[in-house]
Design a protein around this ligand. Structure first.
Ligand SMILES: Nc1nc2c(c(=O)[nH]1)N[C@H]1C(S)=C(S)[C@@H](COP(=O)(O)O)O[C@H]1N2
Ligand SMILES: [Mo]
Length: 449
């Protein structure tokens, strides 16, 4: 089962996840949300515009508020002991923030995708338990003692490594995004899904730790002249094999860790390939073999799948780099603004070719643009967080973000992308996303030329 969404099979927005996400966003943005109150207080004094907008209530107006007048149970009782939960868990109040499967997208859940809840993330790092997951034949929890990595092909000294062998080698740690080539693939023809979780949630970003591929290739005495393409093979039942051109080799990591701990089983434990800037399918999980060759392999996942359908019906092969893209994560589809005044527009930008240079934000559907603040760090082939102050006048608005990377490439409008790529593709939709804010504050997914 592929991330396939043939014409006529565009996935509608099933009613139940529209309401789930609304519930979630009422939790997140409703007046009763503890986070909202916290945000209101921390905004105070941050900028003159915010003070004028009057986000927090004046202390006198809080008169009669039990949350400030009465002693709360957490202030008058003994808390839980240390290690009550030996492996930490999120607050019960965050239980709606979970990975979600898009109902009807695939026939079986073992060959499917669970989308990351981008609307609830801060900064650029994806928590391990909320990393998106995409499997072609289900996930496995592999015994590391029985896992091996073989290096063969155009090498003078073929090798087999145990995990212990690998973890003795010099390691590096790098922060990179991973995006499935099919991310936003449901939106080529028409509005298909309601929230940023489903439009852009095949996207995550971690600090990965592992051994540079170069170290292993040197150890195996790779043929530098003839060895031009690497075949990466996974240990699961999907026979996942991908061709990787050696021009990319310098940045590739054979990784065992994400965000400071061993990989999660869903994400390839105990070993996965990290191929910065390249679509997720090449980040082979449960990595068991690397074979050096002199030409592309034309494996099943690079001939009938993971090819770009062009307007003339031809299929374009080996378009592996994820081009520059961005999306506003809040306010975003399914959320509800709670009255006019100050809001922080926040989102993510990334490019498979390098660093983000600038992100412009429009609140009027692309007529006027303002440059957003890029929060540090701004790293190559990594998510970049952007923020922009916005005072909502209570009227209709269309929010868009447009990223520019350090090659000068500008993220295209939907109409520009469709003019070149048509509407029948699945992969590599990096168009500008539009969120419509209605008079009443409801935010929804719309397509704007
Ligand atoms: N062995 C193996 N590797 C794999 C896959 C798979 O099914 N099997 N799925 C690929 C696809 S299509 C993507 S988008 C990424 C998803 O990585 P994640 O599940 O860690 O988010 O893994 C890739 N690596
Ligand atoms: Mo993918």
């Amino acid at each position: 089962m592929q991330e396939r969404n043939r014409p006529g099979r565009i996935v509608p927005a099933p009613q139940h996840f529209v309401s789930t996400s609304l519930q979630q966003d009422i939790d997140r943005h409703g007046l009763d949300s503890p986070r909202r109150d916290f945000l209101r207080k921390s905004f105070l004094g941050a900028a003159a515009g915010i003070a004028a907008a009057g986000i927090g209530r004046h202390a006198l107006a809080a008169d009669g508020d039990p949350a400030i007048l009465e002693a709360q149970p957490w202030a008058t009782s003994l808390g839980q002991p240390v290690a009550a939960r030996p492996y930490g868990q999120p607050s019960v109040y965050e239980k709606n923030l979970v990975r979600r499967e898009s109902p009807g997208l695939t026939r079986v859940s073992a060959a499917s995708v669970a989308f990351a809840p981008l609307q609830g993330f801060f900064g650029i790092i994806t928590p391990n338990g909320l990393h998106f997951e995409r499997h072609h034949q289900g996930w496995q929890d592999i015994d590391p003692a029985r896992h091996r990595l073989m290096i063969n092909g155009l090498v003078k000294a073929p090798r087999v490594y145990t995990m212990d062998d690998l973890m003795r080698l010099p390691a590096v740690s790098r922060m990179h995004f991973i995006e499935c080539g099919a991310n936003t693939g449901m939106e080529w023809g028409n509005v298909a899904v309601p929230t940023v979780q489903y439009t852009h949630g095949m996207l995550s970003c971690c600090e990965f730790t592992g051994v540079p591929l170069r170290v292993l290739l040197d150890d195996a005495r790779a043929d530098q002249r003839r060895g031009r393409y690497l075949l990466a093979e996974g240990g699961d039942g999907s026979s996942m094999t991908r061709t990787i051109p050696m021009e990319l080799a310098d940045e590739i990591i054979v990784a065992w860790a994400m965000n400071g701990e061993m990989l999660r089983p869903e994400n390839g434990y105990p070993l996965r390939l990290v191929v910065p800037g390249v679509q997720g399918v090449s980040w082979v999980k449960w990595l068991r073999r690397l074979e050096l060759g002199d030409k592309p392999w034309n494996a099943k996942d690079e001939t009938i799948h993971y090819v770009d359908m062009m307007p003339d019906g031809m299929l374009r092969q080996y378009t592996s780099i994820q081009e520059c893209k961005s999306v506003i994560t809040t306010p975003s589809g399914g959320q509800q603004l709670v009255g006019k005044g100050f809001y922080n527009i926040s989102g993510l930008a990334w490019s498979g070719r390098g660093r983000i240079r600038r992100v412009d934000v429009s609140t009027d559907g692309g007529r006027n643009w303002r440059s957003a603040r890029l929060e540090s760090p701004v790293l190559s082939k990594c998510l970049t967080r952007f923020n922009l102050d916005w005072v909502w006048d209570g009227g209709p608005a269309i929010l868009q973000s447009r990223a520019i990377d350090d090659t000068g490439y500008v993220q295209p409008k939907l109409a520009q992308l469709r003019a070149v790529r048509g509407t029948r593709s699945i992969y590599h939709n990096n168009a500008i996303q539009s969120w419509q804010v209605a008079q009443g504050g409801e935010v929804s997914n719309v397509h704007v030329g």
